[in-house]
Design a protein around this ligand. Structure first.
Ligand code: UDP
Length: 370
């Protein structure tokens, strides 16, 4: 049984690492062998945004690389659609596996569903309820054409039910949905010990130091110079008390250059994007994390580090409900107020993100697909 996996952006490599390993495990003990053909759309292409994850996390090398990057949403998604459609014709897969909420996700889902190939969506059912986010548009459309909706949390299942899912037909069969748990939680458990062995803290002079870790790349922040200005003002103020470490996303870097505002970064510890293991080590050692990333919000909780989210809403509402995540948006004063409250976060025993076996459920569910 052949499946086509569509990848393109950093968080997808991390999610796919656990599922690809689970597919290998499945093949060792099952007669229904799954052959995975990997398509890299090229959306993220720098060594530190792509290659390093394949090497470090042992992801099989892509069979195809479409090399489509640095374009607007329309041309990027359109060219991906065309490229993926050609590969589907050539490879004739049994199903197409897509992850998360990027343009690569949407292109994979559209190309496959229009050719009648069942789509499997890992991380289905997430909603920020903000339809002006490109990621939300990608999520909503991908879910609608997917045959198998693999949800990380019970809230994701509830979101789909509220929208009338599962629909009676997608292609020729009814849609199926399952709560499998969070594949990024699986990754955290799998790589945690290796992350502790890295010298990330030593490398950046952070050993035994209190520091804040920050990531910033979401369009709602990076495309808006007022929001960026307000966020960086807060980060610079925090850096007067403890170092603020910011592995800078290439998009954010380019937009800071475009706005001509390099002074925003003064006093901050600016790094190139770091590898997954280094990032986990930084997260584990951080006093607190400020981020607009979806994945980093969750990882902050996995490592029990308080998180301050630089967005107006989140898909990962469990982290907020459990008291580990403050949603503050871009307002300088709100960010600083949350930073000063950080010590008031309390630990909590529940884990809504599953049992660390989410990825292992994927191959069998794909085999059961009608
Ligand atoms: N990450 C990383 N290096 C970095 C920044 C982030 O490895 O310099 C990892 C992070 O630990 C998480 C994932 O990238 O696993 C999150 O991806 P990103 O923030 O790009 O996307 P999002 O989760 O918002 O979709």
């Amino acid at each position: 049984m052949k499946i086509l996996t569509i990848l393109g952006a950093r968080p997808q490599f991390i999610k796919a690492a656990t599922v690809s390993r689970a597919i290998v495990g499945h093949n060792e003990s099952n007669k229904d062998e799954i052959r995975e053909v990997i398509v890299h759309t090229g959306q993220h292409f720098d060594a530190n945004m792509s290659g390093v994850f394949f090497e470090e996390m042992g992801i099989p090398s892509p069979n195809y690389n479409l090399g489509i990057a640095s374009l607007g949403h329309g041309s990027m998604t359109g060219r991906m659609l065309e490229g993926i459609e050609n590969i589907i014709h050539r490879e004739k897969p049994y199903s197409v596996l897509v992850y998360g909420d990027t343009n690569s996700t949407l292109a994979g889902a559209l190309a496959a569903s229009k050719l009648g190939v069942p789509v499997v969506h890992v991380e289905a059912g997430l909603r920020s309820k903000n339809m002006s986010m490109p990621e939300e548009i990608n999520r909503v459309l991908t879910d609608r054409v997917s045959s198998l909706l693999l949800c990380p949390t019970s809230i994701a299942i509830d979101n789909l039910k509220l929208e009338g899912y599962p629909f009676p037909t997608v292609g020729k069969s009814p849609q199926e949905m399952a709560r499998i748990g969070d594949v990024m939680y699986d990754a955290t458990l799998h790589y945690r010990e290796r992350a502790k062995q890295t010298v990330a803290l030593e490398k950046w002079g952070l050993i035994d130091k209190e520091f804040c870790l920050c990531t910033l790349h979401r369009a709602e922040n990076t495309n808006n110079s007022e929001r960026l200005d307000s966020i960086f003002k807060a980060l610079r103020k925090i850096s007067h008390s403890i170092p603020v470490v910011l592995p800078l996303h290439p998009r954010t870097h380019n937009l800071i250059e475009k706005f001509g505002r390099r002074e925003w970064l003064e006093g901050l510890v600016i790094l190139e994007p770091v590898s997954y293991l280094e990032m986990q080590r930084l997260e584990m050692g951080a006093h607190s994390i400020l981020t607009d990333s979806g994945g980093v919000q969750k990882e902050a909780y996995f490592h029990r580090v308080p998180c301050i989210t630089l967005r107006d809403e989140t898909e990962w509402v469990e982290t907020v409900q459990m008291g580990w995540n403050y949603i503050v948006g871009s307002d300088t004063d709100k960010i600083l107020a949350a930073f000063h409250k950080v010590g008031e976060f309390t630990d909590c025993a529940q884990n809504p993100y599953g049992d660390g076996m989410a990825a292992q459920r994927v191959p069998q569910l794909i085999c059961n697909l009608k």
